[in-house]
Design a binder for this molecule. Structure first.
Ligand code: UDP
Length: 364
């Protein structure tokens, strides 16, 4: 099948591209490169032996999205393209609503106009907020606690309404728990701009010497060792789930919302120790105050993904740490001093993406 991967140059999108290509799908990546590197394209070429088609398209540009669908034919869409930093979303909520929600509306409009009725959507366990019980099932109460989470929930709801009222439209919402790790080649991985907000990239940057020490947010949570517990999932397992979700959509022609996690919780200190073993480096850390908005313990009930998609996670914490470390040690500066989004240099870097369709779009 011919798949449009929106946000295909990002962390989860790029890994999903490798799995889709290995399964014989033809890929077209659309990415704004606001939060991702144009160098991903070359890395994918090195992994796959050919470069996937890659267009610089911002979903906020309704005309460009429509032009993309006018120039290309797609059987389905996987939608990763969204801003995802919780802290930033609290500072700039309207930017998050605009980029994530308006961008999704433009994509859905273009899909509908082109008669493309299959969507896999990148959602998040953040929609559960602080759950009443663990493991978390898909029918747990939805209670978001920040604008990022709100944007994910609203996007799920918009997509859900289309699924309800348009018989030609089906979608799978995938609620990710905590994606970590990297492709086993070490050529693609997670490269957050600025100070990492998430635990694993922070640990990686401490291990590689870019940061002095990890601050562990709270040592007095009601958990196994007092530190926060999460369900870390290897990004290659996650990537495989997207290909399985596409198969589900074409096989069953119905919509679904499923959790993607391992079903196992790991504490901050357990992850720090596992990373130390994988990297052979000590991870300096100290316990500090809790982070506002954090919760003690969240892990998935992944049984629905197994029964509906035939998917389950296969890679353990040691594999996640080993692959994250391979990526970080091979690429200490990530994709290599990519300038921060929004700078003139970044715009220049983005323009390097070879792009016939974008030129057609720009030229009308
Ligand atoms: N965490 C931490 N130090 C950091 C970043 C995260 O101790 O620099 C903790 C955080 O409090 C939580 C866990 O690591 O218990 C996972 O945090 P992350 O932000 O990666 O995921 P989320 O909290 O969104 O599930």
């Amino acid at each position: 099948m011919r798949i449009l991967v929106c946000g295909g140059a990002g962390f989860i999108g790029s890994h999903t591209c490798t799995v889709l290509a290995e399964r014989g799908h033809e890929l077209v990546i659309a990415d704004s490169f606001v939060n991702s590197s144009p160098r991903v394209e070359g890395r994918l070429e090195a992994i796959l032996g050919h470069a996937p088609a890659c267009h610089r398209v911002d979903l906020l540009d309704r005309g460009a999205v429509a032009a993309l669908f006018a120039c290309e034919r797609f059987d389905a869409v996987i939608h990763f393209a969204a801003l995802k930093a919780v802290g930033e979303s609290c500072e700039r909520p309207l930017d998050y609503f605009d980029n994530n929600i308006a961008g999704t509306i433009h994509l859905l409009q273009a899909m509908r106009a082109a008669g493309v009725g299959r969507l896999v959507f990148s959602s998040s366990a953040t929609v559960y907020g602080d759950p009443d019980t663990v493991p978390v099932c898909e029918d747990a109460a939805l209670r978001v606690s920040n604008p990022y989470g709100r944007s994910k929930l609203v996007m799920e709801q918009l997509i859900g309404d289309l699924c309800t009222y348009d018989p030609g439209f089906q979608a799978v919402n995938l609620r990710y728990f905590n994606p970590v790790g990297a492709h086993p080649s070490g050529l693609i991985g997670e490269d957050p701009g600025g100070i990492p907000g998430n635990l694993m990239p922070y640990i990686c940057q401490v291990a590689v010497g870019r940061r002095e020490r990890l601050e562990v947010f709270g040592g007095d949570w009601p958990t196994v060792d007092g530190t926060g517990v999460r369900d870390y999932i290897h990004v290659m397992d996650l990537a495989r789930a997207h290909a399985d979700a596409l198969d589900f959509l074409f096989r069953e022609r119905r919509s679904a919302t499923v959790n993607l996690g391992t079903g196992r919780g790991t504490s901050v200190l357990q992850l720090v120790r596992a990373f130390g073993r994988a990297s052979g480096r000590e991870i300096p850390h100290r316990i500090v105050a809790r982070r506002a908005g954090d919760v003690a313990e969240v892990y998935a009930d992944p049984s629905l993904a197994r029964s509906l998609l035939g998917w389950q996670a296969e890679l353990d914490i040691d594999a996640m740490c080993r692959d994250a470390w391979r990526w970080q040690s091979m690429n200490p500066d990530g994709y290599g001093d990519e300038p921060a989004a929004g700078t003139a240099a970044h715009a220049t870097a983005s323009r390097r993406v070879p792009d016939q369709v974008s030129e057609a779009i720009a030229g009308g």
